[in-house]
Structures are given as C-alpha cells and as structure tokens.
Design a binder for this molecule. Structure first.
Ligand code: COA
Length: 326
C-alpha cells in the first residue's frame, strides 16, 4: 500500500461489544460486604456491573466484541491485518491475548499484540493502529479493549472492589484515501510515572509469583484525573482549531460520574454530549470507551460526520485523547 504515495486515513468501519452474563448490583454487594447502594451510587454514579464467570476471559469477551465489530464493518475476518488489544488483565502473562483472539477469529496472517496502558489503553491502541494505517503498512486494524478486572480486585477492600466491572469493546479501523475529512483526526498521549503509587497492582511476574491486587488512593487519583482529562480535551480542540461547542460527542473513560461532571464544568462542556455507561458497567478500564461507543451507536446517537472525542486517564499515570470525524 505504501508504494503508491497515497495519503491514508483511518476510518471507523465497525464497532462491537461484549459483556459477561452475570449482573452484580450495588444491592448485591451491600449484602456481601460493609457498603450500601447509596454510598456507591452517590460517590461514583455506578448502579451495577458485569462480572465474568468461570470460562469468561479477557480473550473470550474480546473475541465476541471483535466478531461483532468485524460483522458491522462488512469485512471478513481474513481482511484484518493488525490486532491491538488494550488490556491490563491478559489471560496469561504470555502469549499476548491478542494472538489468542486472532486464533479464535481464524485469522492466520498479519500481526497481533497487547497494549498495556491500563484505563487509557484504548486510546493508546487506537493511536498505534492509526499510525500503522497512515504509514501504509496495513489496511484493516482491529482495536480491542477487553478486561476482567474482577480477577485482580481485593474483594475484602470495599474502597476499590465496588468500582470496577468486566467487559470488552472493539473497533475496526480501515484505511481510506477518499477526499472526505472523515477518520481519526488526532491522537495525543501522555504518561507520568511519578504517580505510580496512587494506582497499581501489588503483584506481577517480575516482582512476585502472584498476580496481585489493585491498590488505589482514590482521592489522589480523582484530583489528577480531573486535571489531566480537562487538559487533554483542551489540547485536542486547540490542535484541531476547534471550540468545545464543535464537538458532537464526548466518549470518556467511564470511572466516576463526579470526575466527568467536574471535567465538563471545567472545560464548559454540555452534559447532553457526554456518553455515560458507567451506571451499568462500572469502570471496565480499557474496555469502557468502546463499550460506551457501541451503546451510543446502537442508540442512534453517533452518526456519520459527527465529531467524536475519546479521552481517558489511568494508572501510571497515562492519559490522552483521540478525535474522530465519524
Ligand atoms: N462503602 C461504604 N463506605 C466506604 C466504601 C464503600 N464501598 N469505600 C470507602 N468507604 C468509606 C471510607 O472508609 C471513608 O470512611 P471514613 O470517613 O470513616 O474513613 C469514607 O467512605 C469516605 O471515603 P473517601 O475515600 O473519602 O471517599 P471519596 O469521596 O474520596 O470517594 C472514591 C472514594 C474511590 C469513590 C473516589 O475517591 C474516586 O472515585 N476516586 C477516583 C477513583 C478512580 O476513578 N479510579 C480509577 C481511575 S482509572
């Protein structure tokens, strides 16, 4: 593809999602631990979450979401030549769960790898796939966010275990050289490792023989999230010479309704333009943005030609945005 000197852009050609079957409500949790429906909903906006059962894994959920995205794109599985899976909860330390998904989809060519940027993983993965398309290296990329955070939660720590859920979402990006202005318009990514102690997992293959559990300083994360997400929005609109009112839809990482309200207030963003699914899914880390995108498309919100801003922030810290003309 690169030999004919065409300029390629990455168009979204399909989106899919998959959720575990089991729904766990705040009431369910209040019967298992010292918490209440009101505490969880008031502090976070979360009402329920899906929890993976035995046999439901990051790769199985990712495969289901990916197959729906490919079907919606009108492509065949064999048309996919890159799979980037954003996840912090792979099935195994290796091989990359992306290769498990590749194999489950019956794809035998191209390449597949995992992207680890925790809750920001989906925007990092979109950037990587977009760059491969723009470079003319590939034609169709599958970008997946899939997580089973329930498996790294300390279910005795009520301050963290009520906040997360499991799920997967996927998007097919396809190379286009037509003269419309559709496609990925910009990606802006950031990391700052000084804050690793505010949100981390206390295990892993190189430091222990345990997978470990998620640990978090909730207030510390909250403060940085509002600052970093607000600056990511401003960065994207400034770079594209837009104003906040030009954006049709904001599809943020779904962590906490109070973070999203604080960010909206800070940047002057109308609440009606923010896609919210955290009430039903809780925080699904790298899966939250494509899950929200899928729901917005299914509900006829996002339409061809709309300007859609994706933004996320997570452990590391890492944060960033992707602006797409749908
Ligand atoms: N149920 C009931 N009480 C709980 C509770 C629960 N599940 N979890 C914590 N509490 C208690 C605390 O023990 C504390 O009690 P105390 O005052 O007697 O010590 C009290 O609630 C207040 O806790 P605090 O930490 O001050 O609450 P908060 O208003 O900061 O809300 C979070 C906590 C976690 C909801 C909030 O800080 C947050 O959302 N942070 C961002 C987290 C995030 O988004 N992380 C992912 C980023 S990708």
């Amino acid at each position: 593809m690169s030999s004919n000197n065409k300029i390629y852009r990455s168009i979204v050609s399909g989106v899919g999602a998959s959720l575990p079957k089991e729904i766990v409500t705040n009431k369910d949790l209040s019967m298992r631990m010292d918490t209440s429906e009101e505490w969880i909903e008031e502090r976070t906006g979360i009402k329920e979450r899906r929890i993976a059962s035995e046999g439901e894994t990051t790769s199985s959920l990712g495969t289901e979401a990916a197959q729906i995205a490919i079907n919606n794109s009108g492509l065949k599985n064999s048309d996919i030549d890159l799979i980037v899976l954003a996840t912090a909860t792979p099935d195994n330390t290796f091989p990359a769960s992306a290769t498990l998904i590749q194999s489950s989809l019956g794809i035998e060519k191209g390449y597949a790898y995992d992207m680890q940027a925790v809750c920001s993983g989906f925007v990092f993965a979109v950037e990587a796939a977009d760059n491969a398309i723009k470079a003319g290296n590939i034609k169709n990329a599958l970008v997946i966010g899939s997580e089973t955070f329930s498996r790294i939660l300390d279910w005795d720590d009520r301050s963290t275990c009520v906040l997360f859920g499991d799920g997967a979402g996927a998007m097919v990006l396809s190379a286009s050289s037509d003269d419309t202005n559709r496609g990925v318009l910009s990606n802006h990514l950031h990391s700052d490792g000084r804050y690793k102690d505010l949100l981390y997992v206390d295990g892993g293959p190189s430091i222990s023989n345990q997978v470990g559990f998620l640990r978090m300083d909730g207030k510390g994360v909250f403060k940085h999230a509002v600052h970093n997400l607000s600056s990511a929005i401003i960065e994207a609109i400034d770079y594209n010479d837009l104003t906040i009112d030009d954006i049709d839809w904001f599809v943020p990482h779904q962590a906490n309704i109070r973070i999203l309200e604080a960010v909206s207030k800070k940047v002057g963003l109308s609440k009606d333009k923010v896609i919210i699914t955290l009430d039903k899914h809780a925080n699904t880390s790298a899966a939250s943005i494509p899950l929200a995108l899928y729901e917005a498309i299914e509900n006829d919100k996002i339409k061809k030609g709309d300007l859609v801003l994706l933004e996320a922030m997570g452990g590391g810290f890492s944060w960033g945005s992707t602006l797409i003309r749908w």
